[in-house]
Design a protein around this ligand. Structure first.
Ligand code: ATP
Length: 619
C-alpha cells in the first residue's frame, strides 16, 4: 500500500516551485485551443455551429438596449418639455423594442446555456472513450509507471473540466464583439475614456493572472497526492479491502493518512485563496475609482450642455458595461490559458506512444506453428528495477510441446510468459517464432493466438457468462460455446448452482451479485482459456486455489483438450508439473535445468531436490 507520499519528495507534497508555470508557457498553451475545438466540433458539428451563431446575435444586444434606452430618455425629456397631448406613439415603439430585445436576450442566453451543456456532455463522453481507446494501445510497462498514472489522472479530469473551457472561450468571443460595439460609442464621444478604462482594468487582470498561475501550479503539483487521497478513500470503504481493514484494524491508519494529506492541501490552498481575495479586492477598487473618474467627466460635459441626458445614460452605461466586460475578458483570459494548460496534459497523454506495436508490414501469425519459439540469450529488466528478472535464457519451445516452468517465488516464471505473449519486449537477446523475431508479427494476431490465464486474473464484476466469454469477447452471445468452455474448465458445476446461472452477476458491486470462492473463480477464469482458438495456451498457476480432486480433473482435461497445442504451465505443484513433456527450472531469472521429469530426476539437480521435498510432505 503506497501510504508514504508517492511523490518521493519526502514530506514536500505539491511543492509549487517544482511545477512553476511561466506566462510564456501559458500563452504557448493557447496553441492547444484549435485542437480542442476540433474535438468539440467532432462531438457535434450542428450544436457547435448553432452555439456560435446564437452567441454572435447575443453579442449585439447590450449595445442596442443601451442605445434605445438613450433614445427613450431623450424622447421623455422632449415630451415633458412639449405641451400636453403630444404623440406618444414613438415612445411606445421604443419601449416595445427594448422589451423585445430584453426578452430575446434572455431566450438566447438560455439557449446558449442549453447548447453548452449538451455539447459539454457529448464532449465529455467522447473524450472518455478516446482516453480508454488510447489506454488500450499502451504498453503494460507504461501502466506500471506512477508518472504515467499522474498523466492519465490529469487527462481524465479534462473530460469533466474542459466543457467549462468551451463556454469560456466562446463567451470570450461573444464579449469581445459586444465590447467593440460599446467601445465604438465611447470613442466617438471621447477616446480618452478608453485609456481611463484600460488603466482601471489592467491591475486586476495582472492580479488574476498571477493567482491563476499559482493555483494551477498547486493543483498540478498535487496530482500524485490527490491520487493517493482517492486511493485511501477507496481503500477505507470498499468491498475489496473491508475484510483486511477490519481484521488488521486499519481504518484509523488509513483515516489518519487521509486527514494528514488532505489537511496539508487545505492549508496550502487556504493561504492562496486568502491572498487572492485580498489582492482581488484592492485591485478591483482601482477599477472602481477609474469608473467614477470617467463618470464625473461625462456628467461635467452634460452639465456644460455638450451632450444630452440620453447621451449621459448611454455613455455611463457603456463605460460601466465595458469595464465589467473587459474585466471579464481579461480574467477569463487567465482561466482560458489555465484551461489550455490542462489541455496540454490531455494532449500529452494522447501523445504517449506504445513501444510495443505492430510494424507496418507485420507478418501474420503462422498457422500452424512450424518450428516453435526460440529464446536466444533473452534477458529482461523491469524499467523501474536494477535487477534482471530474466537473464541468459536460451531454449526452444517446440510446436505442440507442453512445457512446465518451475522455480521459487520471484524466479522469473511470470516474466518469461509475459515476454512470450509480448506484453514486454526483451531488454537483450531475442525471441524467434518460426525463425522470425516475435516483433515482426502482427500484434493483434499474436495475442489472438496466445491465450494466457494469469494467476492474478481479473474477477470482472459482470455476469458469469461474460466472465467466461472474456476469453473471446467477440463470442459473448455464443452461449453454447460459453457452456462448453465452462464444462471443460469445470466451471459448469459452479455456474449451474447460481440463481441466474450464466446470467448471474458475479462479485458484490452491482445489483444482486454473488461472490464466488477463490477456487470457483479460478474455474471460471480457466474457462476463458477454452473460449479461445489460441495455438499457444499459457496457464500461470491455474490450479493454485483448486482442491486436489478438481486439480486432477482439470489437468486430465487440459491434457486432452490441448492435444496438438503448445502449452506452458506454471505451477508449484509437482503432481501437475510432471505431466508436462519438459520442465524448465528457473533460478534467479536464469535457466538452471531443462528436460523431462525422468531426465531431471536422473540429473539429480534442483528439480529432483524440490520434487523429493514435496513428495516427502505427502508421505
Ligand atoms: N511489474 C514489475 N515491476 C518491477 N519488477 C517486477 C514486476 N513484476 C515482477 N517483478 C520482479 O521480477 C522478478 C520476477 O518476477 P516474476 O513475477 O516473474 O516471478 P515468478 O517466478 O512468477 O514468481 P511467483 O512464483 O511468486 O509468481 C521478481 O523479483 C519481481 O519482484
Amino acid at each position: 500500500m503506497a501510504i508514504r507520499s508517492s511523490t518521493g519528495r519526502s514530506g514536500r507534497p505539491g511543492n509549487e516551485t517544482d511545477e512553476k508555470v511561466t506566462l510564456r508557457e501559458r500563452l504557448g498553451a493557447l496553441r492547444n485551443l484549435p485542437a480542442f475545438f476540433h474535438m468539440v466540433w467532432d462531438a457535434s458539428p450542428s450544436l457547435f455551429i448553432a452555439n456560435v451563431i446564437l452567441r454572435i446575435f447575443r453579442a449585439a444586444i447590450p449595445v442596442l438596449i443601451l442605445y434605445i434606452g438613450k433614445l427613450i430618455i431623450d424622447e421623455v425629456i422632449l415630451q415633458t418639455k412639449q405641451s400636453h397631448g403630444s404623440d406618444h406613439e414613438h415612445l411606445w415603439w421604443l419601449i416595445s423594442a427594448e422589451l423585445g430585445l430584453a426578452i430575446l436576450s434572455d431566450g438566447l442566453g438560455r439557449s446558449i446555456a442549453l447548447i453548452d451543456s449538451l455539447l459539454g456532455d457529448l464532449f465529455a463522453n467522447k473524450t472518455s472513450v478516446q482516453i480508454m481507446e488510447h489506454a488500450a494501445t499502451l504498453d503494460l510497462e507504461q501502466f506500471e509507471d506512477p508518472t504515467f498514472y499522474d498523466k492519465l489522472e490529469r487527462a481524465r479530469q479534462q473530460t469533466i473540466g474542459r466543457t467549462v473551457l468551451l463556454s469560456q472561450v466562446l463567451g470570450q468571443v461573444q464579449d469581445t464583439i459586444t465590447m467593440f460595439f460599446l467601445a465604438g460609442g465611447l470613442i466617438a464621444f471621447n477616446p480618452w475614456l478608453i485609456v481611463v478604462l484600460l488603466l482601471a482594468v489592467i491591475p486586476s487582470f495582472l492580479g488574476e493572472n498571477y493567482f491563476n498561475e499559482k493555483s494551477y501550479s498547486l493543483v498540478r503539483g498535487w496530482t500524485p497526492e490527490r491520487r493517493e487521497l482517492d486511493y485511501l478513500r477507496y481503500m477505507g470503504a470498499s468491498d475489496e479491502s473491508a475484510k483486511e481493514v477490519k481484521i488488521f484494524g486499519l481504518s484509523d491508519f488509513l483515516i489518519n493518512r487521509f486527514k494528514e494529506l488532505s489537511w496539508q492541501f487545505y492549508t496550502q490552498n487556504k493561504r492562496l485563496s486568502i491572498r487572492r481575495a485580498s489582492w482581488g479586492s484592492l485591485l478591483s477598487g482601482i477599477g472602481t475609482i477609474g469608473y467614477y473618474s470617467a463618470y464625473v467627466l461625462i456628467i461635467w460635459r452634460t452639465i456644460g450642455g455638450k451632450i444630452s441626458i440620453g447621451d449621459l445614460t448611454f455613455l455611463a452605461g457603456s463605460f460601466r458595461q465595458l469595464r465589467s466586460l473587459l474585466e471579464g475578458i481579461l480574467s477569463r483570459f487567465s482561466s482560458v490559458s489555465q484551461g489550455a494548460l490542462y489541455l496540454r496534459d490531455l494532449f500529452e497523454y494522447f501523445d504517449i506512444k506504445p513501444n510495443i506495436a505492430s510494424l507496418e508490414k507485420a507478418l501474420p501469425f503462422p498457422r500452424p506453428i512450424q518450428q516453435g519459439f526460440v529464446f536466444e540469450n533473452v534477458g529482461f529488466r523491469y524499467h523501474n528495477s536494477e535487477r534482471w528478472a530474466n537473464r541468459h535464457l536460451s531454449f526452444t519451445l517446440h510446436p505442440g510441446e507442453k512445457l512446465a516452468l518451475v522455480g521459487e517465488n520471484g524466479a522469473g516464471k511470470t516474466t518469461l510468459v509475459k515476454l512470450l505473449a509480448r506484453l514486454y519486449d526483451p531488454t537483450e537477446g531475442r525471441i524467434l517464432l518460426d525463425g522470425r523475431d516475435l516483433r515482426e508479427y502482427d500484434l493483434k494476431d499474436l495475442r489472438e493466438n496466445i491465450g494466457v490465464i494469469f494467476q492474478d486474473f481479473v474477477r470482472f464484476k459482470m455476469t458469469a457468462g461474460t466472465n467466461i466469454a472474456i476469453g473471446k469477447i467477440g463470442d459473448k452471445e455464443n452461449l453454447s460455446r460459453i457452456e462448453s468452455s465452462a464444462q471443460q474448465s469445470l466451471a459448469n458445476h459452479v455456474i449451474e448452482k447460481l440463481p441466474a446461472r450464466y446470467d448471474q452477476m458475479l462479485g458484490r458491486s452491482f445489483g444482486d451479485g454473488v461472490e464466488l470462492s477463490g477456487g470457483e473463480w479460478q474455474k471460471v477464469a480457466l474457462g476463458r482459456a477454452y473460449m479461445r482458438d489460441a495455438q499457444v495456451l499459457i496457464l500461470d498457476e491455474p490450479t493454485a486455489a483448486l482442491d486436489a480432486r478438481a486439480e486432477y480433473e482439470v489437468f486430465q482435461r487440459f491434457a486432452e483438450l490441448t492435444q496438438g497445442k503448445t502449452a506452458v504451465l506454471i505451477s508449484h505443484r509437482f503432481s501437475t508439473v510432471r505431466m508436462a513433456d519438459r520442465i524448465l527450472v528457473l533460478d534467479n531469472g536464469e535457466l538452471l535445468e531443462i528436460g523431462s521429469h525422468e531426465e531431471l530426476l536422473q540429473v539429480d539437480g534442483r528439480y529432483a531436490e524440490l520434487f523429493r521435498l514435496q513428495a516427502r510432505g505427502y508421505q
